[in-house]
Ligand binder design. Sequence first.
Ligand code: SAM
Length: 351
Amino acid sequence: MEIASHFDINNRITLYTGDCLDFLQEIPDQSAALVVTSPPYNIGKEYEKKTSLATYLAWQENVIKECYRILREDGSICWEVGNYVNNGEILPLDIMLFPIFNRLGLHLRNRIIWHFGHGLHCANRFSGRYETILWFTKTDDYIFNLDSVRIPQKYPNKKYYKGEKKGEFSSNPLGKNPSDVWEIPNVKSNHVEKTIHPCQFPVELVERLVLALTNENDLVVDPFSGVGSTAIAALMHHRKAAGSEIVEEYVAIAKQRIQDAENGKLRIRPMERPVYDPQESKAYVPPKTINLHQKMASESRRSPIRNPFSGASRATRASRCPCGSRAGAGHPSVGSGRGGYARHEGRALSP
Ligand SMILES: C[S@@+](CC[C@H](N)C(=O)[O-])C[C@H]1O[C@@H](n2cnc3c(N)ncnc32)[C@H](O)[C@@H]1O
């Protein structure tokens, strides 16, 4: 696969080496369905220079404005951040950055808590074990494929025991809404995706956003693309990917990872693997090897799934029922959707 170094709307993948503001200028207005990124936190990591908070926020505002410009009307921006730390005092960056998105008129849909089990042990405050993803949409008419990212129901076989629906499954057989608290291991030294980058996204974190917030062939942009985790998640699911990264070495690793994925050699942690639980150590799901030329196993199983609720259309936009609620778990209007992952099907559908 050709990895272009400058943007063109027909590129399947663009990786630009350099400053994101220069790169974003190459992208036409309203062309991306999703901008998903984790910017530097201004905490003096090896790839950034710590500046005053005001300078950092002004710079972020410039980048966010450009991201807003390239975003389609039905598109989303997901900004993943942790804390800015100064003299042991923490300033949550999502709180500091929210006014910037708000001034642009973006609509906050979720403040997702990404919870992970490992990190530094603090002596003078409780150890930090979460970061947040601010998910904004440009308008009220946005893509939201909930069925693509459902997770297993806790009690999939539970049925109504009285009333008109007695004997029918009481929960959505496609699985449940994954909620706004996501338990996903961060990329530490023993993670199958670990590279030399100090703050990589786990691919599965981006996969959920890509699947829920875009459709096939849509463009996904990451202005701080690091070692290409967003691009990999996008390409795996047949979206176009574009990113910029200022450190050449990270771009080289991103290119190698994409090539490995093309050659069926890139290993990632599968979305369907549960977080390790010593009590349940048999629930191990091995790393998944990506081959960009093959449809993912989960996608070839997209055939209609038996759904006791109703019809069959795939949800591409956030559908709102006349009753005011969104189509979703347990709602009578929910369609059979795309079926999602083995974990959804396997556990959710067993009678
Ligand atoms: C938190 S990391 C993102 C890591 C990425 N999510 C991944 O999975 O590899 C932020 C990245 O932004 C890059 N960066 C910093 N300033 C930049 C700039 N002005 N333009 C483009 N990239 C920049 C850093 O080198 C770093 O790799």
